[in-house]
Design a binder for this molecule. Sequence first.
Ligand code: MG
Ligand code: ZN
Length: 416
Amino acid sequence: MKKPMHHPILISFVSSISFVFSVFLCCFFLSTGSADGQTAPRLKKSSPLHRARQSAEFAAQAQPRNIILLVGDGMGATQIYAGMVAGRQELNLERFRHLGYSKTHSFDDLITDSGAGATAFSIGKKAFNGAIGVDSDTMACETILETAARMGKRTGVVVTSSVTHATPASFLAHVPDREMHEEIARQIMESKVDLIIGAGKKYFDQRKDGRALTANMRERGFYTAFDSASLVQIPKGSRLAALLWDKEAPKMSEGRGDFLPTSTRLALEHLNDSTKGFFLMVEGSQIDWGGHANDADYIVREMIDFDRAIGVALDFAAQDGQTLVVVTADHETGGFAINGGDWSSGRIEAAFTTKKHTGVMVPVFAYGPGAHAFTGIQDNTSIYKHMMRMWGFTASSPWPWRKSAPEKPRRSDTAE
Ligand code: MG
Ligand code: ZN
């Protein structure tokens, strides 16, 4: 029998390569092992190595059926830490194992507003401050919510502001100026969205043009609800528009109660009734307003409320195993700092550098299939790109729903 001849140096080269490779594999599986809590309770009984391998494969497949994007408006790292310290509790945000940072600047300004910030998430392009669902040429672009709807997924938005406010509007409408609330409401009425829960009834029903858009929405198959009692009566899986307050939702300190976590749970019950999955955007809208007011107590209460909604989303995703949860912010507000305080009593000495937004990076948290893509430092537009890539979707261009967004000169100032 002929024995193949091997050069001794070649053998040692090959064996050291394979040694290095196996060390690399071990490190890879060990490091991805920490992601395992992410991948589902159903893997719990397996061996650690098996679980690690499954986790790595799971993350690599990166095909979530559902995506829940939670936006804490104005939520920088200090807002989060203030929630932990002053709230004297662990936050649900501490359950995440995949973290990153997002670069928040808009097309024309180092300091973004919430319109351009949310538009980066909704269309994946940098826009002018004040822009809603349009690119830097103020051309309407199909939002991820609209693409998801066109591809047969169910879609929804839950916010603690008016549903026409900049963040939700950026997923539902296309206007060059965020202040066009009545036009945004009209576009929401005409949109394909399945579920909206928030405030802003007056932009639908007390309009300059005299129209009552909620009646039009009922004609289009929406259930409408103007109080929480009628909201919970709506049959599961229906299209619904719940506008519980005329203009804006009250603060937590004014008795908003568990509106946001409860509405998030309700939205998941409605939207999950589908084999094709869903896209849900949830916003903790008023963390930003606490920052504008330089009011640390306002920030902390809104932060903790938003975190409870995050907990609802995480619990759902852990059960479901096919849901990607992404939590981030559009920008930081207030230049909020903690200059002193006491961990055990939860006292914080708050300081602010501005009543406006700041230009710092903001955290990104991800959980579930595809979560690894959100680690590292990335542009805010990447959040859209990763979500779309994971679903294998591309935005229809030109925007397929209507010819173009209505023309109006964009605002030059930096808005809320
Ligand atoms: Mg907002
Ligand atoms: Zn703001």
